[in-house]
Each structure stands twice: as structure tokens, then as C-alpha cells.
Design a protein around this ligand. Sequence first.
Ligand code: AOS
Ligand code: ZN
Ligand code: ZN
Length: 432
Amino acid sequence: IPEPMTFSDQINEYNQTLVGDHNFRWGYLGEQLSRSGHDVETLLQQLAAFQVAIPSWALGTGGTRFGRFPAGGEPRSLEEKIEDVGIIHALNRSSGAISLHIPWDIPHDYAAIRQLLQANDLIIDSVNSNTFQDQSGQPLSYKFGSLCHTDADVRQQAVEHNIQVAEYGQKLGDECKTLTVWLSDGSDFPGQHHFRRAYQRTLESLQTIYNALPPDWTMLIEYKPYEPHFYSMLIPDWGTSLRLSEGCGARAQVLVDLGHHLPNTNIEQIVARLLHFGRLGGFHFNGSMYGDDDLTTGSIKPFQLFLIFCELVQAAQDAVVRNPPVAYMIDASHNLKDPIEDLLQSVQNILTAYAKALLVDTDALFDAQEANDAVRAEEVLRDAFMTDVRALVAEAIRRQGGALDPIGLYRHLSIRQQRIDTRGKLAVATGL
Ligand code: AOS
Ligand code: ZN
Ligand code: ZN
């Protein structure tokens, strides 16, 4: 009797069907890159080292205010979410971390979860608190805010929740050292909030949380200009996040969510500023057309995504920059695509933008900048951006044991149908 095929056998078998075409394209690109002075092995290593975390809440379809259309076979528990991220990581070798949301993902058996993580070659890198919903049995309501609330008891409850979230994180493994705080606090009508007092209360709440964290933990403070509140958000912009993080301490950092900007904001400049101040702690990747934050990363503005990566790459090469390592995560959950395919597309687009940013001839760019040669500077960027790097990304994934075409293999193996067969057509993920 032949041994049953492992997943890695299936990947190898599938790659065999594509490798002829891949080698042709990679042979050409590899040569082209070497000719223009790049060290191909270094590029492959840089790409292999890049990991972007998957949030537990992106494995189910997102809801809209008007309806929800489950994909079928969505994960019903933390264990099933880990299984799904395990598949993503096995296919692309670039999604080796999960970000949890408490209380949606409270573990029941820590030892079993740690074992499952290990079996799937995953870590939990961060935990997210939730004071934007009332949970059953919760004594006080967050209807009028959490860390900014006028009532000290509500603030205390929200502070304790955040501290407890970090305690869950500590029990989930040594790699988990980040607490992400996104507040839905805000107001909907003029006059509703005393802006200055509400800010001060929030700062003091965050300081209490920060001081209770273990000394090697980071606290990320995320901003968002509107939604759920439509007149004012307590933390609407990077300036507010920056001041709050400075008010807490060196391990408090700003988190940039790409979808949390008003249309046409120059996000790459914000990224550069935060890097310059040493306060860029984390990223939530997604795509956005208007003011949304759930579209596939790179689907709407790939050039902007590339420009953002250019700032990250240049800062990483610059000895003057003293920014801690940035935690990368996807934060998107739409209601149309199969969530796993959506995440695979996002990671592919992120790796593509990163690869292109690595190709920028920074010496030529800086020379053009010094000489005030705007045309030349832009051409240097366009030269990298217009390079088709897909074979480079595919080669980096292949060398780590991943699939040459992750979505192709996911479909070939009918993984969604397998999920529907085992979990049920109507299974809906816990989350929003
Ligand atoms: C909300 O818009 C934010 O992006 C947060 O990061 C939030 O925690 C996440 O969307 C899960 O609710
Ligand atoms: Zn976010
Ligand atoms: Zn968001």
C-alpha cells in the first residue's frame, strides 16, 4: 500500500507541473537582475525572511452593515483558525504568524494550542484587545467609549481587559510580545465630547496599561479617522497616536493601518516621518478605494504600496534610523472572496511590492534628489516598479518549500470544499 501523500509531497508534485515554465522566466529575470548589479541570492534571502502575520478574524467573511454571506466551512474555533493559517503558510511560506483577538479567541487548552501552532510551523506574535463591543456578562457598557469614558469605572474595566489580554498572550508562547490597541472611542455629534478632557483620560488609561505590561512587551496604538464614529474619533490620526505613544514610553509605538486614511493621503510620507522618529511599530495591510479598510492589499493602489515599501527598505539601510522592528500584519476581511484566497493574494501583492522596493537603485535616487532632478528620481523608482518580479517572488517561495502558484494549488486541492465537508456549509467564523 503506498504511503498517503503529505502536504509537502502535494506541493512538490504540483510544482513539477509548473517548474519548466517557471525556470524559463526565472532564468531570464535572474540574469537581468545580476546584469543590473543585484545580488540575486541576497534578494531571495530578504524575501524569504519577510513574514506577514494573519489575523484570526480574517479567516471568515466580513460582514457589512447590510448582510453577511459566509464562504462555507469557515473556522469555528481557534484550533480551526490555526489550521487555516497553517494552510496559507504551507502554501506561501510567508505567513508564519497569527494575531489573536480577545475575547474572540480565548484558548481553552494552552498546551494543545501551543502544540498545534508548532505542528503548523506558526507562532502567535500579537494580541488585540476589544473594547468596541459589549460581551455577554460584562458589567459596564462601552456604548459611550472605553479608555476615554467619562465614568472612571468603565475606564477601569477597559484597562483591566487590556492587561488581561496581554496575560493571555504571555501564556501563548515567548514570541508573543505585542499588544495592539485599536479604540472605537469617539463621538457622533458636535458638542458630544470635550475633546481635551477625553484625550487626557485616554492618555492616562493607556499609561496604566503600558505600565502593567511586561518590560519586553510593545504596545501598538492604531489610529482611524472615522468609523464607527462619524463626527470624531478619539485617535483619528498619526499625530494623536504619536503623542499618546510618547506619553507612555519607548515601547509604545504607532500602528499604521493602510485603510485608515482619508482619500489621497500621502501614507508613504507618514511612514517616513514615523520611521524618522523611531515610532513606527506596526502595519495593518489592506486596500482601500474610498474610506474602506477591507479590500485586498495592493488591489487598488499598487504604486502607493511600492512607495511605502521604498521608505521601509531605505530606512532599514540607513544607520541614522533608530526604529524597532516593524510588526507586519494583514487586516482585511471582505464578504465576497474566499477569505483564504484573499489572504494569499494579499501576501503575494505585499511580497511583490517589497521585491520591487528592494530593486530601487538608491544611490542613483539619492544623487537625483541632491541634484534636484525630479525626472531622474522618478525614473529610478519607475524602473524598479515596472520590473516584473513575479518569478523572483515565486522562486523565493519555492526554495522554502512553498507552492509556485499558491492560489492555483489551493484550488487544485479543493481545500474550501474539504472545509465545507468537515465544518459545514453554514459554519461562520467568530469575529465581526
Ligand atoms: C479597525 O478598523 C481596526 O483596523 C482594528 O485593527 C481592528 O482591531 C480589526 O479590524 C479587528 O476588529
Ligand atoms: Zn487595523
Ligand atoms: Zn480597520
